[in-house]
Design a protein around this ligand. Structure first.
Ligand code: ZN
Length: 159
């Protein structure tokens, strides 16, 4: 069957930067509910529309269509005492965004004496991304999945 609104799509993917360096790949296939439920990057969803099991897609996306532009204001300097533990570069922390209440993910990018630099940009922010995907399965979504806007079952959402 073809990928259409309210089908459940299973795919494997690899993501590359513009130099062809591998950024990310699926260890296990991802499963998502297709049809504008905001479960996957919109341009990837568009490319997958009408595809079937065994088909591949190859999409190159500008930062704005992928993980966003790099925003310098998302880089902040904090002092070590605001962290609950000894920090090291590369550590990730969750924090509430005081403006929106959303959970933001910060990466510690640099430590200089008592000063800790944290960056809330997505690690792939500002990058043009090539997304190469291969469809491994397509099935009809259940009424419940459609009502919830996400996939249930083995690789899906658990309640
Ligand atoms: Zn659900």
């Amino acid at each position: 069957m073809q990928i259409a609104k309210d089908t459940v799509v299973t795919l494997n993917y690899e993501m590359f930067d513009t130099e062809g360096k591998l950024l990310d790949k699926t260890e296990h296939p991802i499963v998502y509910l297709h049809g504008g439920y905001d479960n996957i990057l919109p341009l990837v969803e568009e490319a997958l529309h009408g595809k079937a099991k065994g088909d591949s897609i190859d999409v190159t996306m500008a930062p704005d269509d992928a993980f966003g532009e790099y925003e310098p204001e998302l880089v902040r300097k904090e002092t070590k005492d605001v962290f609950p533990m000894e920090v090291e570069a590369g550590m990730m922390f969750e924090a509430d965004d005081p403006a929106t209440g959303d959970v933001m993910l910060f990466r510690v990018t640099e430590i200089n004496g008592n000063e800790v630099t944290v960056d809330a940009n997505h690690p792939f922010a500002g990058m043009t991304i090539r997304f190469v995907g291969k469809v491994t399965d397509v099935r009809e979504a259940s009424d419940e999945e459609i009502a919830h806007g996400h996939v249930h079952g083995e690789h899906g959402h658990h309640h």
